[in-house]
Design a protein around this ligand. Structure first.
Ligand code: CMP
Length: 143
């Protein structure tokens, strides 16, 4: 089953949006298979955002993700990568469709609340970077 990496960034945590965001993915029927509340080291931030090295916003991006606790998760489901990104909305909050997380709660690109993997290879790389295999919980709903 397809899996994706999702991270509620420090602004999402500080604004008390963890429950709201998790609820939206639960409502869509996706399955939570890993989660942790954590501080992000500079080393992890630099690996996670390696593709952005050299861009004007890179240092700000690393400072932002390391500025306070994040809520990192792995979600599973059919087409979960696409589905989660639909629910998250466009990277630029001003372009996010009404009803998406970024439309409803964010206004600025450099404070866009949440990260979600954009493709299968990215999801595999990010899950392996953020979670150890033993932190993943394989389970089936009994309801
Ligand atoms: P994220 O989904 O975490 O992936 C890369 C991040 O870079 C993105 O969300 C934004 O937070 C950030 N980002 C992308 N482009 C810009 C930009 N032009 N200015 C500031 N931040 C950006």
């Amino acid at each position: 089953m397809e899996k994706t990496f999702v991270c509620i960034k420090p602004d999402g945590v500080q604004r008390g949006l963890i429950g709201e965001i998790v609820k939206r993915f639960e409502n869509r029927g996706f399955t939570l298979v890993a989660a942790k509340f954590m501080l992000v080291s500079r080393e992890l931030a630099e690996k996670h955002y390696a593709e952005h090295v050299g861009k004007a916003f890179y240092n700000g991006l690393v400072n932002y993700i390391t500025s306070g606790p994040v809520f990192a998760m792995v979600w599973e489901g059919e087409d979960v990568i696409k589905g989660v990104r639909q629910t998250v909305g466009a990277t630029k909050p001003i372009e996010a469709a009404p009803g998406t997380i970024r439309h409803d709660f964010a206004a600025k690109m450099d404070r866009n609340l949440i990260h979600a993997s954009d493709a299968i290879p990215t999801a595999e790389r990010e899950i392996a970077l953020w979670f150890r295999p033993e932190e993943m919980v394989e389970w089936t709903s009994i309801t």
